[in-house]
Design a protein around this ligand. Structure first.
Ligand SMILES: [Zn+2]
Length: 307
């Protein structure tokens, strides 16, 4: 198994540099804290005091976070038109727009690739969907969309690893152990706090708007949560003895966004939510009812609650 501790430090340092020292103080900075496993299936967990991940899980998250970034883009214009015309969100109506069909097909291709990866022996068996770049150095150097997609993918991955780091820390801590569902909620809270709790310091150091930083990171967190939904079998989305319902976890992610959040945050959240609810409805043979809305925040919340 390959030691990827330092690679994760780099990722966390990129996503929330203002917390890196604190993370190091809690999790350490020696080798052998995180390993890349060659197991198949989706593997991203804490176990034996370390974080374990495999290439398949990383590839699935990469594909999905890019798919959500694209969806936020290609749903933006139709959603703005619907809002202006005071029409409900109606997939049947949108499906008639040629560009929309292209975007939806690309999103479905991403969902199919993720499903194929779940069954694959190696990531090489499943080609990257059209529009998803190869995860390699230089991938951020494209246009604005490529940069945003890459940044959001890194933020989503950082949030996901921070959740697992919290599991590792809890396993090592003395004292009361939490019930499994409570522990999941605590790990989500910890990861959110690391990503969002001190954005003011980051914004001050970089002379930028704290609400914009928080909104971008919140979008990364939401994309991470939505990626997990896309990977979770339908029967487990409502929760289990070990995991809270996905919609509760998504709501916590959305509630942590800055208030008020910039309009683009809610438009992007609504677009990603629309793409996923539509994509899963198609895969699972469900009908999506039209959703009347006045604000994108309402539409995002209603669509996310359907997951
Ligand atoms: Zn967990």
């Amino acid at each position: 198994m390959l030691d990827v501790s330092k690679a994760i430090d780099l990722l966390l340092g990129g996503a929330a540099p203002e917390r890196l020292e604190e993370i190091k103080a809690l999790w350490g900075d020696a080798d052998e804290r995180a390993f890349l496993s060659d197991r198949t299936g989706f593997l991203l967990q804490a176990g034996f005091g370390v974080v374990q991940v495999n290439e398949i899980a990383l590839r699935q998250l990469w594909i999905l976070t890019y798919a959500f970034s694209r969806a936020a883009d290609f749903y933006a214009l139709p959603l703005l038109h619907l809002a202006k015309a005071q029409l409900p969100f109606d997939e049947g109506l949108l499906a008639g727009i040629p560009d929309q069909a292209v975007g939806d097909a690309a999103f479905d291709e991403a969902l199919s690739a993720v499903a194929a990866l779940a069954e694959a022996l190696s990531i090489d068996e499943v080609p990257l969907p059209a529009g998803v770049p190869i995860p390699a150095s230089g991938v951020r150097s494209g246009g604005v969309a490529e940069q945003a997609g890459f940044d959001l993918a890194c933020m989503a991955a950082a949030y996901t690893f921070l959740h697992e780091v919290r599991h590792v820390l809890l396993a090592k801590a003395d004292g009361e152990t939490l019930a499994p569902v409570e522990e999941e909620i605590e790990c989500d809270r910890f990861a959110r706090d690391m990503m969002l709790g001190r954005v003011d310091e980051y914004a001050r150091d970089h002379q930028t708007d704290p609400a914009a930083v928080a909104a971008k990171r919140s979008l990364g967190i939401l994309f991470a949560k939505l990626s997990i939904v896309a990977i979770t079998p339908p029967s487990q989305r409502l929760g289990s003895e070990t995991h809270p319902p996905v919609r509760d976890r998504i709501r916590s992610a959305v509630d942590a966004a800055p208030d008020p959040a910039p309009d683009w945050f809610w438009l992007a959240a609504a677009g990603a939510a629309a793409a996923l609810t539509r994509g899963l409805a198609v895969r699972e043979g469900n009908q999506l009812e039209p959703v009347p809305f006045h604000q994108f925040s309402d539409l995002a919340r209603v669509l996310l609650h359907k997951l």
